[in-house]
Design a protein around this ligand. Structure first.
Ligand code: PMT
Length: 404
């Protein structure tokens, strides 16, 4: 099992019979080097004692917001920020349903809603509950929000029945957590800045000039760099996506706002990846009131937006690695090579709107990675997540041979 040294795990124990296995789970996590803070729902106390969990974790166990005897408040926001993973084991159908609905009627659920770290759950329940449509709908909803599920196993259940619903064994849970954190840390200790999405350039209080970027490519890149061990800041234009777990997100609207956010983080970043589709022009004037219809034609004067990529390249520090994207509709290769040369980029990722399933909005993309040494790596059409992993891998190869 990989070491869990330096990892902080918040373990939420809910009220199911499998809670009796949590002391063993805590011991395994602590033995692997993790710092474990246990939270319990009131119902969990029926199945395992706080004293046992406190002894094995070496920390007090929290259940209530207030410690009446000490007059202290257990700050759920602080707990959520402290952890780099929150694990709910066992996770009852009740707690999972409440989490899906955003109900926060105990310390554990409130902390879950405040947590910025990845959330993992190990469901445990009786076999009919495990296949009930409401449970399945809840778990799918949570998955779509990025919650990682360690599936229940098949075996003897507390009801006396035999089937699926037993919480995964502590060894399995600890093993999966360790392999998650032990994933090849290609970018451990590195800071990565990623941009994503479109920019919206206001015309008046109700209209803007924008583009069709969904942010999917940039978000996939942020996730990939985070999973490869980097500290990631994602500067994103207006999108309708869930923030990737573990990634610091900065939301902006216009190119100017995106430039300012990038300038704030670029200097400290080892790698900058510009996947955003930034508007090259913005209205020269923004009307303060809604523009009214007047005549058959309307002329709008546009003015140049800052070129964020160029600005960051102009102030590139030694050892920094800057990668741009090129979205083209014609003469794709020539334009992309031109951009890489003019801006002195370390790599440009070319995607063409002529390729089916590539570019704006799709869950897939087809890209070619171009580097200043003249190499071109053409990748097949695949999911944006897979493309992001490949781009991160290619950057890692270059970084290791050339730079940092
Ligand atoms: O968001 P999705 O729906 O998933 O779609 C992904 C994508 C198609 C938006 C993405 O893969 C992509 O190609 N992003 C760059 C799109 C683009 O604006 O290309 P460009 O050729 O106009 O710009 C070249 C580079 O300069 C880009 O890295 C861009 O971020 C940057 N740029 C452009 C203009 C500007 N004013 N400032 C910039 O920094």
């Amino acid at each position: 099992m990989h070491s869990l040294r330096n990892h902080k795990i918040l373990l939420g124990v809910t009220g199911g019979i499998a809670a009796y296995k949590t002391p063993a789970l805590v011991r395994l996590l602590v033995k692997a080097g993790a710092e474990v803070q246990v939270l319990m729902t009131p119902a969990a106390h029926r199945f395992v004692t706080a004293e046992t969990l406190s002894v094995v974790s070496g920390k007090p166990v929290y259940t209530d917001f207030f410690e009446d005897d000490k007059g202290t408040w257990n700050n759920h926001v602080h707990l959520g920020l402290w952890a780099d993973m929150m694990l709910i084991a066992p996770a009852t159908a009740n707690t999972l349903a409440k989490l899906g609905a955003g109900i926060a009627d105990n310390l554990l659920l409130t902390t879950l809603l405040s947590a910025r770290c990845p959330v993992w759950v190990a469901p445990a329940m009786d076999l009919d509950m495990y296949i009930h449509p409401s449970f399945i709908a809840n778990i799918e909803l949570l998955k779509s929000r990025g919650v990682q599920v360690i599936p229940a196993e098949t075996g003897a259940l507390a009801s006396g029945l035999h089937g699926e619903g037993r919480m995964a064994e502590p060894e399995t849970i600890a093993g999966e957590i360790a392999s998650h954190f032990g994933k090849n840390p290609l970018f451990a200790g590195k800071k990565v800045l990623v941009t994503a999405g479109p920019t919206y350039e206001n015309l008046d209080p109700v209209r803007f000039i924008g583009n069709y970027s969904s942010g999917k490519m940039g978000f996939a890149l942020a996730r990939a760099f985070y999973e490869f061990g980097a500290e990631v800041t994602l500067v994103t234009g207006p999108v309708h996506l869930n923030e990737p777990a573990g990634v610091q997100c900065v939301h902006v609207q216009s190119a100017e706002e995106m430039l300012n956010a990038c300038l704030q983080f670029a200097q400290e970043s080892d790698i900058v990846v510009m996947a955003a589709a930034v508007a090259d022009y913005r209205p020269a004037e923004v009307a303060t009131e809604k523009m009214k219809k007047n005549g058959d034609e309307l002329q709008i004067t546009l003015t140049r937006n800052p070129d964020i990529l160029q600005t960051l390249c102009n102030q590139k520090r030694a050892g920094q690695f800057i990668i741009g994207f090129a979205l083209e509709t014609q003469n794709a290769l020539d334009y992309a090579l031109g951009k890489m040369k003019n801006k002195n980029l370390d790599m440009i990722v070319l995607n063409s709107l002529r390729d089916t399933g590539a570019g704006f909005g799709h869950d897939t993309n087809k890209v070619t990675l171009l580097t200043p040494d003249g190499k071109a790596q053409e990748l097949p059409l695949q999911s944006k997540d897979a493309v992001a992993d490949k781009i991160a891998g290619a950057i890692s190869d270059l970084v290791q041979t050339n730079y940092i």
